[in-house]
Design a protein around this ligand. Structure first.
Ligand code: PAF
Length: 282
């Protein structure tokens, strides 16, 4: 594995591989790598000749300075994990390398970027589009891999790919969970020991709501999830929305679409966690 810090070296190295006829897969990350990220790297390894993983805590997608400051950074451990996962190129740039000047681009991301996280975190998805589009321009991958924990992010990236005319395949990968059900997240390390014990109830309640949903309306099911999660000390729901899995529009009845997903954001103490569940995808 080679570690590259500069954009020019990245472009040069990748284009050599491309000229040899090799396919390139990209896994964009913000580091603090865990098994969720490694599942993306493994999938990328299977489907491409060359695996590029970017590790960059992108400041433009943080609308909360404290969240950016406290975001875990574990560069050396990340490098070791990537090496053993079969990554070929670890791209680990500085902020100045990626943003030599402020990125003022505003992307036309459509409705999928306005609902849920888009409403709660103004500017977040534009920041994601800024960094992901730059990575796509530098690497020109054949495929890029994203985890379904960030369900809405995948829809937003697909929208950006369409509006910017990128030619690549976006590959969504299933959520990886701890043995107790908690979705793996770089933010989990910031949970207090008490909140770490409570947090798996999010996934448990989402799962149970699938059964509940069979005999209740969308609104009743949302209320069931909100009340159940909020009943735990220290957990507070920011939103729970049952949406169309493609448009992300909030549903009022189960028969509006064939693909139904519930998306949740929960404060566990001061750590903001997200998760989701598919009710059905026909
Ligand atoms: O999902 C993430 O970790 C980030 O949003 C991404 C896609 C790496 C962009 O910074």
């Amino acid at each position: 594995m080679i570690t590259i810090n500069s954009v020019s070296e990245l472009r040069e190295t990748v284009s050599k591989f491309r000229n040899e006829g090799k396919t390139i897969g990209l896994v964009p990350t913000m580091g603090a790598l865990h098994e969720g990220h490694l599942s993306l790297v493994n999938r990328c390894r299977k489907e491409n000749d060359v695996v590029v993983v970017s590790v960059f805590v992108n400041p433009t997608q943080f609308n909360n300075k404290e969240d950016l400051r406290t975001y875990p950074r574990t560069e050396e451990a990340d490098r070791a994990l990537l090496e053993s996962a079969g990554c070929d190129i670890a791209f680990m740039p500085t902020v100045e390398e990626i943003y030599p000047e402020p990125d003022t681009r505003v992307f036309a991301l459509g409705r999928v970027a306005e609902v849920m996280e888009g409403a709660m975190r103004p500017g977040h998805f534009n920041g994601v589009a800024q960094i992901v589009s730059k990575l796509f321009m530098f690497v020109e991958p054949d495929r890029a891999y994203f985890g379904e924990k960030d369900f809405q992010q995948i829809a937003v990236i697909r929208s950006m790919v369409k509006s910017e005319g990128f030619k690549l395949e976006i590959v969504p990968c299933p959520i990886v969970r701890e043995a107790d059900g908690l979705a793996k997240s770089s933010r989990n390390v910031r949970l207090t020991p008490e909140m770490r014990k409570v947090a798996p109830n999010i996934a448990r309640i989402l799962n149970e709501s699938k059964e509940y949903a069979k005999s209740h309306t969308v609104g009743e099911t949302e209320k069931y999830v909100v009340d159940a999660i909020n009943s735990y000390d220290g957990m507070e729901i920011e939103y729970y929305q049952i949406v169309d899995g493609i448009s992300l529009e909030h549903l009022t009845s189960w028969d509006e679409t064939g693909y139904v997903v519930g998306c949740v954001t929960v404060y566990c103490g001061d750590v903001r966690l997200i998760d989701n569940i598919t009710y059905f995808n026909n």
